[in-house]
Write a protein that binds this ligand. Structure first.
Ligand code: TYD
Length: 211
């Protein structure tokens, strides 16, 4: 990447934490502050990455093993960074991403028990030193989160159909990441109302960036 002015903010957390709604509201907030920004998501966020998204998220839970799946997430991430995230940041835009690499550590490293170290080996090759400037981790009790995803009408539910212990490990993964990266990560209690969660996130932006 060349001369970068834009900031990269990721939103992370389990299923049913309301991340996507919060990402949208955060994008609105930045726009109100006249900060040009884009809202994107993983897996996806670029045409090739969106095709890989379909491969990963649909079908039988045993369709991919942990390593195969991790490589697909990273192939999609590389495509997303190269074609969407980095060009936006070089233009000076801020980028809000609904999920990024912490999801792979939490879901594949912890949930699928591949191990965070193994994921990090791939991470170093694909992502290198690039990292979000700020990461919000929306944290919620696993059962409460999963009950919110019930009744969603979509077929991209390969992970929601994993068992409870998978989700418990994944939640712990996010909390470990937050503990290991205290200057980058802010954990938000996602059992709060949509408004309260958004206020907490906006407070962090104001505090960090003087906005
Ligand atoms: P998505 O529709 O974004 O779900 P959510 O609304 O919960 O964000 O689907 C993404 C799914 O893929 C989600 O269950 C988490 C999972 N995932 C991984 O397992 N590893 C990853 O690296 C990423 C980015 C997502």
């Amino acid at each position: 990447m060349g001369d970068v002015q834009g900031k990269f903010i990721s939103l992370e957390g389990g299923d049913g934490t309301g991340k996507s709604t919060q990402a949208r509201l955060l994008s609105d907030f930045l726009s109100e502050l006249d900060i040009s920004n884009i809202l994107t998501r993983e897996p996806g966020g670029a045409p090739g990455a969106d095709e890989i998204r379909e491969l990963i998220l649909t079908g039988d839970p045993d369709r991919w093993d942990a390593i195969g799946e991790t490589l697909l997430f990273y192939a999609s991430r590389r495509n997303h960074m190269r074609l969407t995230v980095w060009p936006a940041m070089e233009r000076g835009d801020w980028v809000i991403s609904d999920r990024f690499a912490d999801s792979t550590i939490a879901y594949q490293g912890y949930g699928n028990e591949l191990g965070a170290e193994t994921v990090m080996k791939i991470h170093e090759v694909v992502v290198g030193d690039f990292a979000p400037d700020l990461t919000f981790i929306l944290d919620i009790d696993v059962k409460q989160g999963l009950s919110r995803t019930m009744g969603r009408d979509h077929n991209e539910d390969r992970f929601e159909r994993m068992d409870i212990s998978f989700h418990e490990r994944m939640r712990q993964g996010f909390l470990d990441i937050a503990e290991e990266n205290p200057s980058r990560c802010v954990v938000i209690d996602a059992s709060q109302s949509v408004d309260a969660i958004q206020q907490a996130m906006r407070d962090v932006i104001r505090e960090r960036y003087g906005r």
